[in-house]
Design a protein around this ligand. Structure first.
Ligand SMILES: [Zn+2]
Length: 547
């Protein structure tokens, strides 16, 4: 995303870029490889991940990586072959268990390991997978994924990984499906001379190897595959301790040397973010691992406990307000949006990428809650309504299951507006806040389905939201309030709706606020005169059609 300077149109480019470059584009034809990558295959389901130790050497001069991943797992079902994913052109060179080298049958990016030793249910086993090669290069990170091999202004290597959607197996061997998060992980990265690696969690050790150093980072909490990252650069470090809901939280910042002074000023948005989001969503979900902002040579990504940052130290989205309201320039978009993902993506994680709205709708929605906290409800409302500029209603928000397929880019702005509409239906901001906090508590460190989130929201709001979610997540139709005023009566109903959609909506009738309860069938409300003006509350994401 650092090449973005060539684009001048501000508010559309995020989504356009996503679509021009692969992620979020429509796909209708799926292959065996998509199923191997996107489903819980029998070769995945019989074992449960407990621990990874990824140990690699990164050589920017030749764009080469090599090393191993030690995979520890618990046997939960009867033994089969064991599927490990690693994407070409990377190659598995050796797999070892109990001191024995094992046979591997390759099927594209999936690799089936023939195990020799007995895998008793309940036992914990370890597998070492050695690999090497030139990993796929990210051309437009983070939208395509892979390794970004860049240089900083002083000619030092500046290297980073990103891999949402494409999958972590683009750069390291793993069980590349979201349903199974590893319980904890050690990431050891040997960086070139004079440079440092910053990965997830806390720095455990630095070991010298000749004139290079290996940095080992330990993640104490469950982590999803695409959240794992390597960042290598000429980093300097500063930090602060945030006094949060669960006590002292270490907030650490790693930036390129030349940016230190700028960052010290600009990153003040980070503790501000923490305060607002702990208020709305509950405690930061990874106190044990700390919070980090790490400068990278691309726009940014929600890497767990090491949020990556490349927004050029500007407010807004690379200096732009994508809402046309002015409110978008009150904060650094990447710090706020990507950190919002610590709650919705890293704490609560989709089980299948088809449900990616759980990450992006809430992260998009978090932007306006940040504004709400510091600038009030009206500012927040203007902002979220402003994001509607980017809704396309091209295809449903939910993608196709089991084939690693994400839905429409509308999961951002339309999803955020759906949640904003739901806040209106709840009509009790404190209750709404407790629901958002409750989500993070109930699904703490879990991978979830859309159904779990939908059910939770229905239960907690005391509203059956089945049709509400069917409408906004599974169709491209916008509910339209159709009405006419005639004969001292208001006649109104919903059109462009799924069966049984009956969402109430707030309107102003001659400047008097009231609720209407439209259904597909026409309803009638007596009026004082035909000279009546009806306005639908803009906080509801609906269309209006006056006949
Ligand atoms: Zn996001």
């Amino acid at each position: 995303m650092k090449k973005i300077i060539t684009l001048t149109i501000s508010f559309f480019f995020g989504i356009l870029l996503l679509q021009a470059q692969g992620l979020l584009t429509e796909k209708n034809h799926f292959t065996r490889q998509d199923t191997l990558r996107g489903s819980i295959t029998p070769e995945r389901s019989w074992w449960d991940l407990t621990y990874y130790h990824l140990n690699i050497k990164v050589e920017p001069d030749t764009k080469f990586i090599s090393g191993s991943n030690t995979i520890q797992y618990k046997v939960v079902d009867s033994q089969k072959d064991l599927q490990i994913d690693l994407q070409l052109p990377l190659k598995i060179t050796k797999v070892v268990q109990d001191g024995e080298e094992l046979n591997v049958v390759d099927d594209g990016n999936a690799h089936f390991i023939k195990l020799n030793s007995v895998q008793n249910i309940g036992s914990v086993k370890t597998l070492e997978v050695f690999y090497e090669g030139n990993p796929k290069e990210a051309i437009r990170a983070p939208w395509d994924g892979g390794f970004s091999w860049e240089k900083d202004n002083n000619g030092n290597d500046f290297v980073a990984t990103s891999c949402q959607g494409l999958g972590a197996s683009v750069w390291w061997p793993c069980k590349d499906h979201m349903y199974d998060e590893v319980d904890s992980m050690l990431i050891s990265v040997n960086a070139p001379k004079g440079l440092m690696d910053v990965s997830n969690g806390r720095l455990r050790s630095v070991e010298q190897y000749g004139d290079t150093k290996t940095y080992s980072w330990f993640v104490k909490n469950p982590i999803n595959n695409y959240g794992v990252n390597v960042n290598i650069g000429n980093y300097v470090h500063f930090s602060e301790i945030y006094d949060g809901e669960k006590g002292h939280l270490d907030m650490d910042y790693y930036v390129l040397k030349d940016n230190l002074e700028k960052a010290k000023e600009h990153f003040k948005d980070a503790p501000k973010m923490m305060k607002a989001f702990e208020y709305w969503f509950g405690p930061y979900p990874f106190y044990e691992d700390g919070y980090k902002l790490v400068q990278v040579p691309y726009l940014g990504m929600e890497h767990q406990s090491s949020v990556t940052y490349g927004n050029q130290y500007k407010k807004g989205y690379l200096g732009n307000d994508r809402t046309g309201t002015g409110w978008g320039l009150k904060f650094d978009f990447i710090i706020i949006h990507e950190s919002g993902h610590e709650w919705f993506a890293n704490n609560i994680t989709y089980r299948d990428i088809a449900d990616m709205w759980i990450h992006e709708s809430f992260a998009n929605y978090s932007e306006n809650l940040f504004l709400d906290y510091y600038y009030g409800k009206e500012a927040a409302s203007q902002y979220v309504i402003g994001t509607r500029l980017r809704i396309k209603n091209d295809r449903p928000i939910i993608g196709k299951y089991g084939v690693n397929n994400e839905g429409s880019g509308d999961m951002y702005a339309k999803g955020g507006n759906m949640l904003h509409t739901l806040r209106q239906l709840v009509e009790d901001d404190e209750k709404w806040r407790q629901i958002l906090r409750g989500l993070n508590k109930t699904f703490y460190h879990q991978t979830v389905t859309t159904q779990q989130i939908e059910n939770y929201l229905s239960e907690q709001t005391d509203i059956d939201l089945t049709e509400f979610f069917n409408q906004y997540l599974r169709t491209i139709e916008i509910p339209t309030l159709e009405y006419l005023i005639d004969n001292k009566e208001l006649k109104y109903h919903w059109t462009h709706i799924v069966d049984n959609f009956d969402m109430p909506v707030q309107v102003m009738i001659n400047n008097k606020e009231q609720w209407l309860f439209p259904t597909a069938k026409w309803k009638t409300l007596p009026l004082q005169s035909n000279n009546t003006v009806l306005n639908v509350d803009r906080d509801f994401y609906v269309d209006v059609n006056k006949l």
